[in-house]
Ligand binder design. Structure first.
Ligand code: ADP
Ligand code: MG
Length: 854
C-alpha cells in the first residue's frame, strides 16, 4: 500500500458519503418523475435550463433515470448515479467492467447538454461510439435531446450536423483531428466543431494513457529522403548486437559502439556519401547522423508482429499494452521511415507537420472533463499529475465474487503454452468457458494453432475486425467455450455467462423466444456451477492496468469467475531482470521441483517489474507532455488569432501586420543616431525594391541638405503606406491570404521546433536543463515566426504585379529560413570533434565520454 493509493481510497470514501446524500435527494424526486407522461417529462427536462446547477442535477438525474426505465427498461443503479455525479465534478470514476458505464454516462451528458453547448462522449473505438449512441438514443430523445455519432467517413456537412447535436459520440482521435482540421480551415463554413465544452471519456485509460504516447499529427509531403534512409538501413543490417551496438531495454535506446560506428562509417565511405576521414557528425551531414541513430534504434528495438505489423504496404504500429493495431499513427524521429525501409515498403519520408496536438493537451482544452474506466487506480497518480483528474473508486452494484489464483511460472514459453492448452481443455470439458488473453497477435496465433492441433474447438480474436469480434466475444460465456483474444479484442463488450441473451427479434414466435430464454437460463446455470468464466492470462503485461482489464472480464455484476496468469522465464516482462540473482533463484526452484512455480517470490518479482515498466511509460508521457505544453501555449495563441480572423477584421489585421513589417525594417536599417550620408543608400534602394516592391528616389532624399535619418525614414514609410493602400485586398481575399501565409509559416515553425527538440536532446548530455533551454529557445523561435509572417505578408502583397522580382525575393527569405540548415550551422559552431578532449574535463576523448552515440 502506497500513500497515494491510500489517499485515493480515503477521498473515494468522502466522495461516496457526499454522493449518497445527493442520491437520496434524487431518489426523493422519483415519484414526481414517474407521475409525468412522455410529453411532460420532456418538458420538465427542458425547463431545467432555467434552474441553477444543483437543482438541475438532482431533478435532471431523476428524469434521466425515469427516461431510461421507460425507454430501455433499465433503471440506473444508485452506484451509476454516483458515477454520474463524479463525472460532473470533473473527476475520474473507476467503475468495474459490467457495472454499466454506458448507461452511467447518460445522466451527466444529458445534464451538461442543458447548457446548449454540445457534449462529447468519447469511446475507445468507432464501433463502440456508434453502438453506444444508438443504444442510448431512446433515453436522450425521451428527454428532448438530440444525439449523433461522428466518424471519419462523414462529409463536412454531416460532421457539422453531428456536432450540432446535444450529445455527440465518437473516438478521441476523431474529436482531436477535427479540432486540428478546423484550425487549418480558411473559411468558417468549413469548420465542423462548435467549441470544446464538455467531454466524458469512456475507457479513459485507453485514450489518455495508452494512446497518449503518440500525438495526433496532420502532415503533408516534404523533401524526399528515402534514399538516405534506405542506404542507412542496409548499413545497420550487417551489425551484430554487443559487438556493434548495445541495447538498453529499460530506456528503450540503442547505442553504436566504436566498432559499430566505424563499420557504418566504412560503408558510407564505400557508398561515396562521406569522404575518407570526414565524420558524420560534421555540419552538413548532421541530418544523416540523426537518421543513423533512428536506423540503429529501429534495428535494435523494433520487432515485426510485436511492435508493428506490415499490412496493406504500410508499417502499422501495434500498441504493446493492448496488442491493437494503431492505424495511421507514426513513430517520430525518423523511426517510422527506418522501419519502412527495413520492410521494403514505400517510405513515407519527410512529411512536414501542419498541425499537431497530444491527447493530454487536447483534452485539457475542454472546459469540463470527466472520465470512466474499469481500471484507474494503478494510474491514479498520473491522472492527477497530467490531467488534474482525481480518481474516485465507485463501489460495485453487487460484491465481486471473482477468485484470483496465484501466478504460475514455467521455464520456457513452449512449456507454458502447452500447459495453457491442457488447462483450457480440462476446464472446457467440465463445461466452464475459458477466455485466454494474449499479449500479442503472434502469441494468439500460436495458441490458435496449438489448440487446433489438440482438437480443442475455439475462436481467436486479434482486434482486426472489431465489430465481428464484438459478437464473438459476447458468446465467450457459453458453456465450454474457448476464446483466444489479444488484450484489446472485444473491449467494451459484455461477456454474459451462458452467452448472449436471446432477444424476441431473433426468434420467430413467442414460444420460440420463451424456449430460447429457458435454454439460455439453463446454460447460465451450467456455467455458474462450473465456476463462471475462467480467464487465463498467458503473460503478465508490463502495465498492471492491462492485466486488471483482462481479469475484469470475469466476475461481473457479482457473477462467479476465476482468473489465473501463466508466465515463463522467457516472457519479455521478466527480461528487465536480465541475469539477476532473483531470476536465477526462480529458475533453480523450477528446475528442482520439475514443475511450474507459484507463490509469493514470483508475485513480488512481477509487481516489481511492472512498476518499473509503468514508471518508464509515465516519464515518457510526462516529458512528451512538457514539450507539447510549450508548443501548446503557442498553438492556443495562433489558433485564437485564426478563429478571430474567420469572424472578421482580416483586412485590418493584414494592414497592421504589414505596417509592423515595414516599421521593423525601418528600425533595423535607419538607426536613429546615424547621419543620412552614412546610410548605404544604394543597397537600401535595392532592398526596398526587392522586398517591398518600392522604387524610391532614395539617393535624392538622402542627399537633400536638410535631410535627417528620421525624415528619410518617414518618407519611405509614407510611400509604403501609399503602396499598401493601393494593393490591400478586400476583406474576403485578405482573410484567405492571411490564413494561408500564417498556415505555411506555422508549418515551418513546427518543423523548426521539432529540430530544436532533437537538438535539445543532444544538449542535455552536457548537463544543461533541457526543458528550460527548450522553452527559452522555443519562445525565440516563436518571435521569429511572428516577424517572418509579417515580412512575408508584406513582401508578397507589396510586390503584387512584380512577379519575377518577387520570386527572387522569396528565395532570399527561404534561404534565411531553412531551419535544418540553421540548426546544422549552429551545431557546427559548437560541435566538438569526436577525437577532441571532452569538454566536461574528464580527460577522456569526447567520443568515449559525453559524445557517445546515443
Ligand atoms: P461496462 O461498460 O461498465 O463494462 P456496460 O455499459 O457494457 O458495462 O453494461 C454492461 C451490461 O449491464 C449491459 O448489458 C447493460 O445492459 C447492463 N446494465 C447496465 N446498467 C444496468 C441497469 N441499471 N440495470 C440493469 N442492467 C444494466
Ligand atoms: Mg463499456
Amino acid at each position: 500500500m502506497q500513500f497515494s493509493d491510500l489517499y485515493t481510497k480515503v477521498r473515494s470514501q468522502q466522495n461516496l458519503a457526499t454522493a449518497q446524500k445527493a442520491v437520496a435527494k434524487i431518489n426523493s424526486e422519483e415519484n414526481w418523475a414517474k407521475s409525468l407522461d412522455a410529453d411532460a417529462l420532456k418538458d420538465a427536462f427542458q425547463r431545467l435550463r432555467d434552474l441553477d446547477e444543483k437543482a438541475r442535477i438532482v431533478k435532471g438525474f431523476a428524469l434521466v433515470r425515469e427516461a431510461a426505465s421507460r425507454a430501455l427498461g433499465l433503471r440506473h443503479f444508485d452506484v451509476q448515479l454516483i458515477g454520474g455525479l463524479t463525472l460532473l465534478q470533473g473527476k475520474l470514476a473507476e467503475m468495474k467492467t459490467g457495472e454499466g458505464k454506458t448507461l452511467t454516462i447518460t445522466a451527466p451528458a444529458a445534464v451538461l447538454a442543458l447548457s446548449g453547448r454540445g457534449v462529447h462522449v468519447v469511446t475507445a473505438n468507432s464501433y463502440l461510439a456508434q453502438r453506444d449512441a444508438e443504444l442510448m438514443r431512446p433515453v436522450y430523445e425521451a428527454l428532448g435531446l438530440t444525439v449523433a455519432f461522428v466518424h471519419s467517413d462523414q462529409s463536412v456537412q454531416e460532421k457539422q450536423a453531428a456536432y450540432l447535436a446535444d450529445v455527440t459520440y465518437g473516438v478521441g482521435s476523431e474529436f482531436g483531428f477535427d479540432y486540428l482540421k478546423d484550425n487549418l480551415a480558411v473559411h468558417a463554413e468549413r469548420q465542423v466543431q462548435r467549441g470544446l465544452f464538455a467531454a466524458i471519456v469512456d475507457e479513459v485509460d485507453s485514450i489518455l494513457i495508452d494512446e497518449a504516447r503518440v500525438p495526433l499529427i496532420i502532415s503533408d509531403q516534404a523533401t524526399d529522403m528515402s534514399e538516405v534512409v534506405t542506404l542507412l538501413d542496409t548499413c545497420v543490417r550487417g551489425l551484430t548486437p554487443e559487438a556493434h551496438f548495445t541495447v538498453d531495454m529499460k530506456e528503450r535506446t540503442a547505442q553504436l559502439t566504436e566498432a559499430g560506428y566505424l563499420a557504418v562509417e566504412g560503408a558510407l565511405v564505400a557508398a561515396g556519401v562521406i569522404k575518407e576521414g570526414k565524420e558524420l557528425y560534421e555540419g552538413a551531414l548532421l541530418p544523416w547522423a540523426r537518421r543513423l541513430h533512428s536506423a540503429v534504434r529501429a534495428y535494435a528495438l523494433y520487432r515485426k508482429d510485436r511492435d508493428y505489423v506490415v499490412s496493406g504496404g504500410e508499417v502499422v504500429l501495434v500498441d504493446p499494452g493492448t496488442g491493437r493495431a494503431m492505424e495511421g499513427r507514426r513513430l517520430d524521429d525518423g523511426l517510422h521511415e527506418a522501419l519502412e525501409a527495413r520492410e521494403g515498403v514505400a517510405i513515407r519520408q519527410g512529411t512536414v507537420v501542419k498541425a499537431t496536438v497530444t491527447y493530454q493537451n487536447f483534452f485539457g482544452l475542454y472546459e469540463r472533463l470527466g472520465g470512466l474506466t474499469g481500471t484507474a487506480l494503478t494510474e491514479a497518480e498520473e491522472f492527477s499529475d497530467i490531467y488534474q483528474l482525481e480518481t474516485v473508486v465507485i463501489p460495485t452494484n453487487r460484491p465481486v465474487a471473482r477468485q484470483q489464483l496465484e501466478d504460475l511460472v514455467f521455464l520456457t514459453k513452449a512449456e507454458k503454452f502447452s500447459a495453457v492448452v491442457q488447462e483450457a481443455r480440462r476446464r472446457s470439458q467440465a463445461g466452464q468457458p475459458v477466455l485466454i488473453g494474449c499479449g500479442s497477435i503472434r502469441d494468439a496465433l500460436v495458441l490458435d494453432r496449438m489448440l487446433a492441433s489438440h482438437g480443442v474447438a475455439h475462436e481467436t480474436l486479434t482486434a482486426k475486425h472489431i465489430e465481428r469480434e464484438a459478437h464473438i466475444i459476447a458468446m465467450a460465456g457459453k458453456p465450454g467455450a474457448v476464446t483466444v483474444a489479444t488484450n484489446m479484442a472485444g473491449r467494451g463488450t459484455d461477456i454474459l455467462l451462458g452467452g448472449e441473451k436471446p432477444t424476441r427479434g431473433d426468434c420467430d414466435s413467442d414460444e420460440a423466444y420463451a424456449q430460447a430464454l429457458a435454454e439460455w437460463e439453463k446454460a447460465r446455470e451450467v456455467v455458474r456451477k462450473a465456476g463462471g468464466l475462467f480467464v487465463l492470462g498467458t503473460e503478465r503485461n508490463g502495465i498492471r492496468r492491462v492485466d486488471n482489464q483482462l481479469a475484469g472480464r470475469s466476475g461481473r455484476q457479482g457473477d462467479p469467475g476465476v482468473v489465473q496468469f501463466y508466465l515463463s522465464l522467457e516472457d519479455e516482462l521478466l527480461q528487465v531482470f536480465g541475469r539477476s540473482r532473483q531470476l536465477t533463484l526462480v529458475r533453480k526452484l523450477i528446475e528442482a521441483s520439475g514443475s511450474a512455480l507459484g507463490g509469493q517470490t514470483v508475485g513480488r518479482l512481477i509487481v516489481q517489474a511492472q512498476k518499473g515498466v509503468e514508471n518508464q511509460g509515465y516519464s515518457a508521457r510526462k516529458s512528451l507532455m512538457q514539450y507539447d505544453k510549450v508548443l501548446s501555449d503557442q498553438r492556443i495563441a495562433v489558433y485564437a488569432l485564426r478563429q478571430a480572423l474567420l469572424q472578421g477584421g482580416a483586412q485590418e489585421q493584414l494592414r497592421l501586420s504589414i505596417l509592423a513589417a515595414i516599421d521593423s525594417w525601418l528600425d533595423e536599417h535607419f538607426p536613429e543616431d546615424a547621419l543620412p550620408e552614412q546610410l548605404p543608400a544604394a543597397d537600401l534602394k535595392r532592398e526596398l525594391s526587392e522586398v517591398f516592391g518600392l522604387t524610391l528616389p532614395l539617393l535624392g532624399w538622402v542627399n537633400k541638405d536638410d535631410a535627417t535619418v528620421q525624415s528619410v525614414a518617414s518618407k519611405v514609410r509614407e510611400a509604403a503606406l501609399a503602396r499598401l493602400d493601393e494593393v490591400l485586398p478586400d476583406e474576403d481575399a485578405s482573410r484567405v491570404y492571411l490564413l494561408d501565409v500564417l498556415g505555411q509559416l506555422w508549418t515551418e515553425h513546427l518543423g523548426a521546433l521539432d529540430e530544436l527538440k532533437g537538438n535539445v536532446g543532444l544538449k542535455s548530455k552536457n548537463g544543461l536543463n533541457p526543458m528550460y533551454q527548450f522553452s527559452k529557445d522555443a519562445f525565440e523561435l516563436f518571435k521569429e515566426f511572428e516577424r517572418e509572417t509579417n515580412l512575408l505578408l508584406a513582401m508578397n502583397l507589396l510586390n503584387t504585379g512584380r512577379r519575377d522580382e518577387n520570386d527572387a525575393a522569396k528565395a532570399v527569405l527561404a534561404n534565411k529560413r531553412s531551419a535544418e540548415q540553421a540548426v546544422a550551422l549552429e551545431l557546427e559552431k559548437r560541435w566538438v570533434r569526436r577525437n577532441d578532449a571532452c569538454p566536461c574535463g574528464s580527460g577522456k576523448r569526447f567520443k568515449e565520454c559525453h559524445g557517445k552515440l546515443a
